[in-house]
Ligand binder design. Structure first.
Ligand code: BGC
Length: 577
């Protein structure tokens, strides 16, 4: 099957099919109702960075103990790891729709517990609930949409879920920025996510189970009724035949034995699917997306933009570009194909990471010097390490920011931020003193002329990542596995995604401190080059193929070098042979 490109999924067929879907809004209703899971995924992962600022105001214990702050953030990801794993099993056993309903229940409980939490431990319990829901929804929503979509526009419909993830993140950032420090702010921020969960619960109660899952469970008549609602009249009988064939083949191959992990890996198609699916999910995280999503304000400051507000505003732009990028994906995924889009996306990601590494190298190696005259202007607050340095004349801003015990900051010259400035103890009093003289105060990155290039690098990164690497791994995972293992395998891949997410997010700040921002981005850059090679070799093109045929393709091919389309004529020839 490799290389056989379905020419009926070209642009005009796409438009025709899409308008058909528009006329028959049932499929759109299915996609959007299930996509609310994506919205919750995006909102709940995006909202916490802002909410934490206000939680720290209310709970002094959280403000004092970094470990509590870290737990509030990362316990949701830990929950998602477990949620994705349990969700996989649950999907195959109880159905896709049931898994979504359970995820909604968890979201709702989590939102209520968090909004009413009287202390930090209960808040963490709420975050675990939400995390379980996020993990479950992250793999179930794309799977449900994929199994209920006509092949020609399957990618576009699953991409709406990706759009709702990024839209949810954007919404969260917007809410973070809009809310002031009014009492109870964070309770609203976290609690409001209960509402879409409730809406989705009701919408899903009104929708049917996935027709493919029903068929597999022997509920053929119910499945046929739903398929007839989804497919254009001319295609539905063929679809039912394909599904029947594939289920019969599965059953005869499977025999009476129960599924277990060894059996899973012994099956060639599953092994090959898992290699591509898990690999894509791991690479999605290891090219560093969530360092940008979770830490973009910090990155902006590392690039030499001093104020918190500028940093937050710029991170809102990042999130907005990300959401725009997922709309691009909806448009291109079924035209260009998953593989080509992934490669274009990764190419841009690697390039922008190279740019970011270069810019950060420049900003850290050309930083303003520390002036003794400027520093003694704030004599009581001289940075102790600087004061006792043997060679203070060699100190520059970067060296000043690296000083520890206590940590120090750089107060720029009032005339030009690039001229020599003062190296002072870092605390709120000194910050206010520095600002009081209309100077800029730097604690994360130093003043630089190249900061704007870092912003271009960030924008380029997100615009490249979003349409391909942002959505395609979820799409491929929703369509690549044989029907009987689709839930479990999607769950394994989603679990790998969340574990990788945790590793990258937890290590990013430590990495930048240990080896510097420039090297950190360079490492992500090298990983993206690895990802390009991986996609070329191991990821099959699944565009436009009926889900049942993807399995046949995996049966015949281990390696999938081809990612360009063959001409119509050569396809006909190869099909005739
Ligand atoms: C990823 C998330 C990421 C998001 C960024 C998703 O596809 O799985 O980890 O935060 O894209 O928009």
């Amino acid at each position: 099957m490799e290389g056989v490109v379905h020419t009926d999924s070209d642009a005009s067929a796409f438009k025709e099919c899409f308008s058909l879907t528009w006329k028959n809004p049932y499929v759109l209703r299915l996609a959007f109702s299930a996509g609310i899971g994506g919205l919750l995924f995006g909102y709940d992962t995006g909202v916490i960075s802002g909410a934490l600022l206000y939680i720290r105001d209310d709970f002094k214990s959280v403000d004092r103990q970094t470990v509590l702050q870290e737990s509030i953030v990362s316990m949701a990801v830990a929950g998602a790891i477990i949620g994705a794993a349990i969700g996989g099993w649950m999907n195959d056993r109880f159905g896709r729709r049931t898994a979504i309903l359970i995820a909604d229940f968890l979201f709702f409980i989590g939102a209520i517990v968090m909004a009413s939490a009287p202390n930090a431990p209960l808040l963490i319990v709420g975050r675990v609930f939400v995390g379980l829901g996020v993990g479950m929804a992250s793999m179930t929503s794309p799977l449900y949409i994929s199994e209920a979509s006509p092949a020609k526009i399957r990618g576009a419909l699953v991409s709406t879920n990706g759009f709702l993830i990024t839209g949810g993140q954007f919404l969260a950032y917007l809410i973070n920025l809009a809310f002031t420090k009014a009492p109870g702010t964070w309770r609203w921020m976290l609690g409001i996510a209960g509402l879409p969960a409730l809406v989705q619960f009701i919408l899903m109660l009104l929708l049917p189970e996935s027709p493919r899952w029903l068929y597999r469970k022997g509920r053929e008549e119910e499945a046929k009724v739903i398929l007839r609602k989804i497919y254009p009249a001319g295609d539905v009988e063929k679809e039912i035949r394909d599904l029947k064939e594939s289920v019969e083949a599965e059953i005869s191959e499977e025999g009476p034995a129960r599924m277990n992990i060894m059996r899973l890996l012994e099956t060639k198609t599953v092994r090959r699917g898992l290699l591509a699916g898990v690999g894509l999910q791991v690479f999605q995280q290891f090219v560093g997306i969530n360092t940008v999503m979770y830490y973009s304000p910090t990155i902006v400051q590392l690039a030499g933009f001093a104020s918190n507000q500028t940093a937050l505003l710029l991170s809102l732009i990042t999130a907005g570009l990300n959401a725009l990028g997922s709309i691009v994906s909806i448009y291109f995924i079924d035209r260009t194909g998953r593989k080509k889009l992934l490669l274009i996306s990764l190419f841009g990601v690697a390039l922008s990471l190279g740019l970011l590494a270069g810019v950060f190298h420049e900003t850290t190696s050309h930083t303003p010097m520390v002036s003794q005259v400027q520093t003694s202007h704030f004599s009581n607050y001289t940075c102790p390490d600087y004061g006792s340095a043997r060679n203070p004349g060699a100190w520059n801003c970067m060296k000043c920011l690296k000083a520890s015990s206590p940590s120090c900051g750089f107060c720029a010259s009032p005339t030009d931020k690039l001229l020599p400035g003062a190296c002072l103890v870092s605390n709120d009093t000194v910050k206010d003193l520095c600002h009081g003289e209309s100077r800029l105060w730097y604690t994360r990155g130093c003043p630089s002329n190249f900061g704007w290039l870092a912003l271009i690098g960030l924008a380029l990164y997100i615009i490249s990542f979003s349409p391909g690497m942002g959505t395609a791994p979820w799409i491929v995972n929703s369509e690549i596995y044989p029907l009987r293992y689709r839930g479990v395998c999607g769950g394994i891949a989603a679990t790998a995604n969340w574990i990788s997410n945790l590793i990258v997010a937890q290590s990013f700040l430590s990495l930048t401190e240990a080896i510097g921002t420039s090297w950190t981005f360079l490492i992500f850059g090298v990983i993206s080059v690895g990802a390009i090679l991986f996609v070329i070799v191991y990821v099959p093109e699944t565009k436009g193929l009926p889900i049942e045929e993807i399995e046949k393709m995996l049966e015949t091919r281990t390696l999938h070098f081809r990612f360009w389309e063959r001409s119509h004529k050569s396809q006909e020839k190869s099909q005739a042979v």
